[in-house]
Design a protein around this ligand. Structure first.
Ligand code: NAI
Length: 326
């Protein structure tokens, strides 16, 4: 396919199967010369996209990530799956590490069918030997690891009085110890090679939470602290460590929570209308930020915890006392 160039200042986030525009409809396609190929492009075009279009897909990201090696933990569904697709379509050797073997293998097979480079590895991030084995396999197969998106996590909704030690331990094991194990393996490899970017998924619950999310909130508080500590350790080696802080993102995790209500669809629309941007986020919204943080364009960003939350953490809850509004 002919190589084409485009210039756009809006974000077009799509896969060949799911052409979708994220942004203001009034400007849809305007900057891109109504180039539909551009909109069916892989993941993201930001300001002054000067990338080429090959196979009807890539954008400038393919100039950055082609041939890179990327590991995504928790990449079988939701946010991680969007990142796996994004990096693979940008030309990276993308390794999906997860415990959901069937879902992970299906996603990898579909990417390989597109002619992309993706592998699935079973890896429980809370098990040291799984993490070590995964990183060793990737190093053996691809050499230096350029990007790791440490994203695997589980939700647990219970107050402290009803949380058993086993439940607490499981959440901490996956959400925090898992981040430590993946982060440690990343830094060992990246610091030796004097390059790399590690991105970890934290949560707004790290800073402000609700009463019945005790273990989850504590685990995510630990993740945010881990981002700071690892970023300082890695900085002298030219390795960057950042966190993403997704707001309410429409993933299987959130869908499972909504299923607990008597009217999940109503809850979903209430959730959307309670967001400052009047919608819940999509996994691609987070994947876009992850790809930016992994890129050289974020070369001076480390130790940051970046919200991608539609404004969720910008404001006080609605229904504030009248005095607030005076
Ligand atoms: P999800 O449930 O769709 O995806 C989580 C992935 O992690 C799944 O593929 C799952 O199989 C995998 N996983 C679970 N335990 C694992 C383990 N022990 N080892 C390896 N992989 C494991 O959920 P979602 O929403 O995509 O969550 C991704 C991350 O984003 C999590 O860390 C979550 O806490 C965080 N997050 C999600 C938000 C949301 O609104 N969806 C908001 C803020 C943070």
């Amino acid at each position: 396919m002919a190589r084409r160039r485009c210039v756009t200042r809006k974000l077009f986030v799509a896969s060949p199967r799911d052409v979708r525009y994220v942004g203001d409809d009034s400007t849809r396609g305007a900057e891109c010369g109504k180039d539909l190929e551009c909109r069916s492009a892989t993941t993201v075009q930001t300001s002054a996209c000067t990338g080429s279009h090959e196979n009807g897909a890539p954008t400038m990201w393919n100039e950055i990530f082609a041939g890179s090696t990327v590991i995504v933990s928790g990449g079988a569904t939701g946010i991680g799956a969007a990142a796996v697709s994004g990096f693979a379509r940008a030309g990276a050797n993308t390794v999906l590490a997860d415990v959901a073997d069937e879902l992970g293998e299906v996603l990898v097979a579909s990417l390989v069918d597109e002619g992309l480079h993706a592998d699935y590895r079973h890896c429980d991030v809370s098990v040291e030997s799984d993490v070590e084995r995964t990183f060793a396999w990737v190093a053996e197969r691809y050499g230096a690891i350029d990007v790791v998106f440490a994203n695997a996590g589980i939700e647990w909704t219970k107050d402290a009085r009803h949380t058993t030690l086993g439940e607490w331990q499981r959440v901490i094991d996956v959400n925090l110890t898992g981040m430590f194990l993946v982060g440690r393996a990343s830094l060992r490899s990246m610091c030796e090679n004097a390059r790399g970017a590690l991105i970890m998924t934290s949560s707004p619950h790290a800073v402000a939470t609700v009463a019945d999310t005790v273990a989850y909130a504590a685990s995510k508080g630990g993740v945010s602290a881990l981002v700071h500590a690892l970023s300082l350790e890695a900085a002298p080696y030219n390795v960057r460590v950042n966190g993403v802080v997704p707001g309410t993102i429409d993933t299987p995790m959130v869908r499972r929570e909504l299923q607990a209500s008597s009217n999940p669809e109503l809850q979903h629309s209430l959730l959307a209308s309670s967001q400052p941007l009047q919608r819940v986020g999509q996994s691609e919204d987070v994947a876009n930020l992850v790809m930016f943080l992994a890129s050289p364009m974020a070369g001076f960003i480390t130790g940051a915890l970046m919200p991608v939350d539609g404004g969720l953490m910008a404001g006080l809850p609605t229904g504030s006392p009248a005095s607030y509004q005076d």
